[in-house]
Design a protein around this ligand. Structure first.
Ligand code: AMP
Length: 589
């Protein structure tokens, strides 16, 4: 019995000596514990009360759940597998637990994280008839499978984006959420989507797969699709989906470019109900006839702004508008984006139906839980300074070192390696396999120092980073904020140290403003430099652009923490307050 399940009365019932329980109903349910408080809400116990018929009705399609389907769990291995028989399987009922899988999925879950800061993050929801937010996971009925898996992940309370997004999605409202990686947004959409799939069953998708199988084709019809910009983010979402799909009949899959397509196709052919994909690879799969989106009821666009930045708009429109995906209003669509420029507003207008707009303050970034230090270090001294910092950092703490160039990343990794430090690096020239391996080495603590270029590190959830070191400072403040946001995540305390010298003069004023706003210690030389620059008129080059972006950062990342709040940033206009009369968008651009 894994450690986190020991001493739990109920868990004894769920396991037999072979790791699998032969009792699938009540006992399996009991193994999630705390049953009595949920009896009144649980869809499992409602089942006998005649509510079943309606449960399988799909929006606008009538109740045509295929009860002669072939959903049956294969005890042999994967997360949820398909075999050919079984008429009676009910997707809302948990399958027997697997000790091995539980260890694999949940042993790395977070523990001991301080969530106090979470409740201070401001969230604003706009849109008609917005459902009220929840305070605890048990405030909303997500069924026994989800509740059990939340317990296993040890998520004790919802994060702000979860408090708001879960009831909105549960009520089948379309959603546009401005929230960053690190805010808990993945679970915010996965929990309600999966809970609805469990409650509704597979519907037409199952019949389509069955029909297709008869003709020897193995096309998959996912019920839910999550689009993400990078393979790293796609894999992260997939990993989270596997946790919440544990003991269910839903089989999540992930496909992304730069990896062997044959292997991904074989994996899809084992069944795919929730697909996480990068846009380019998904188009490829659709054109090969491996994926059909005809029955995709839930569509999520994650980090939508990055997908557009990376030039994926044609592929996204191809997937959503020019194939067989149900139209907006029939499917249920959710978009997540860190920023909300015009292009995203257009996409939201085209893809979403009567949506709710959610703005979430950034979790942990540039707030009091990150200590920011700026030190003057000449170029030739940087390496020895870095060694001092690394020696002062605990051996088990993860340190992320940012450098400007790919060459610089290679050189620094080499240097650290020869100095005897367990380190790895990640940058754009590395192969997919190398990047995944480096990330794994880092996350697992085998190589607790990761040297990275900013581009390679974007969007990655490297949540336990204790120390971010700007070996080379970026030239703009926005990038600085993104980088230091790698630490102090999910309520943890973090440290960010930046090496500053003449090369970084152009960021002086913005950096100073930022440190002051975040109530950080400001070195006197930085103040002097900013003063001199101001009086000499130096540093004004490109200033207006930076000013704008600094305003943006202050509004969204800083003000919430220093009492500024969000008031006054919204202007309702039918898109959830995205435009105002001066033509300035919601983010001040
Ligand atoms: P995300 O923003 O989805 O990338 O999530 C950031 C991190 O927070 C991930 O490592 C999640 O596993 C973790 N997380 C998400 N929701 C919760 C929660 N309610 N309690 C604790 N950790 C969470």
């Amino acid at each position: 019995i894994p450690p986190h399940l020991r001493n739990r009365e109920a868990s004894k019932q769920g396991f037999d000596s072979g790791g699998w329980s032969s009792r699938r109903d009540k006992d399996a349910y009991s193994s999630f514990g705390a049953r009595s408080d949920r009896d009144s809400k649980s869809s499992f116990f409602d089942r006998g009360t005649g509510s079943r018929g309606g449960r399988y009705e799909e929006r606008g399609r009538g109740g045509d759940y295929d009860r002669s389907g072939f959903g049956r769990f294969d005890r042999g291995g994967g997360n949820s597998r398909w075999c050919d028989k079984s008429d009676e399987d009910d997707w809302s009922k948990p399958l027997p637990p697997s000790e091995r899988l539980e260890q694999e999925l949940f042993s790395g879950s977070n523990t001991g994280i301080n969530f106090e800061k979470y409740d201070d993050i401001p969230v604003e929801a706009t849109g008609s008839n917005c459902p009220p937010h929840i305070e605890s996971f048990s405030d909303v009925d997500m069924g026994e499978i989800i509740m059990g898996n939340i317990e296993l992940t040890r998520y004790t309370r919802p994060t702000p984006v979860q408090k708001h997004a879960i009831p909105i999605i549960k009520e089948k409202r379309d959603l546009m959420a401005c929230a960053q990686t690190g805010s808990g947004k993945t679970a915010a959409f996965l929990l309600p989507i999966l809970s609805q799939i469990y409650a509704d069953g597979p519907g037409d998708a199952l019949r389509a797969m069955k029909e297709n199988g008869r003709y020897g084709r193995r096309k998959q019809y996912p019920i839910s699709l999550v689009l993400a910009p990078t393979r790293e983010l796609a894999v992260q979402i997939y990993e989270e989906a596997r946790k919440f799909a544990y003991r269910s009949r839903v089989r999540p899959c992930v496909v992304y470019g730069g990896a062997d397509i044959g292997q991904q196709i074989r994996d899809l052919e084992r069944g795919c109900h929730l697909l996480v994909a990068t846009p380019g690879r998904l188009v490829d799969m659709m054109e090969r006839g491996k994926i059909g989106l005809d029955f995709c009821k839930y569509l999520v666009l994650d980090e939508a702004d990055r997908m557009l930045d990376m030039g994926f708009e044609p592929q996204i429109r191809r997937i959503v508008e020019q194939d067989t995906m149900p139209p907006k209003g029939v499917r249920h669509t959710m978009m997540f984006s860190a920023t909300f420029p015009k292009e995203i507003q257009m996409l939201a207008r085209d893809f979403l139906d009567e949506y709710i707009f959610l703005a979430v303050g950034r979790v942990g970034s540039t707030s009091e839980n990150i200590t920011q230090k700026v030190v003057w270090v000449e170029e030739p001294d940087k390496r020895s300074f870095l060694l001092d910092l690394l020696n002062a950092t605990g051996k088990d703490s993860l340190t992320l070192v940012f450098v400007e160039t790919k060459k610089g990343a290679d050189a620094l990794e080499d240097f650290l390696y020869h100095e005897g430090y367990a380190c790895t690096s990640i940058h754009g020239d590395r192969s997919q396999r190398d990047r995944e391996e480096a990330l794994h080495q880092f996350r697992s603590g085998k190589s607790p120092i990761l040297v990275a270029t900013a581009v390679a590190a974007r969007g990655l959830d490297i949540s336990n980073v204790k120390h971010v070191i700007n070996f080379d400072l970026p030239s703009d403040i926005e990038e600085y904020v993104h980088r230091i946001g790698r630490t102090g995540r999910v309520g943890n305390l973090g440290l960010a140290t930046s090496f500053f010298n003449e090369r970084n003069i152009n960021i002086t004023k913005d950096l100073l403003d930022l440190l002051v706003e975040a109530k950080q210690e400001v070195p006197s030389w930085l103040e002097n430099m900013a003063y001199e620059q101001h009086h000499k008129g130096g540093g004004s080059r490109g200033r207006s652009k930076r000013c704008k972006s600094l305003e943006l950062i202050k509004r969204h990342f800083l003000l919430p923490f220093i009492g500024g709040g969000y008031g006054g940033f919204y202007n309702s206009d039918g898109y959830g307050g995205n435009y105002n009369s001066q033509g300035v968008d919601w983010w001040g651009n």
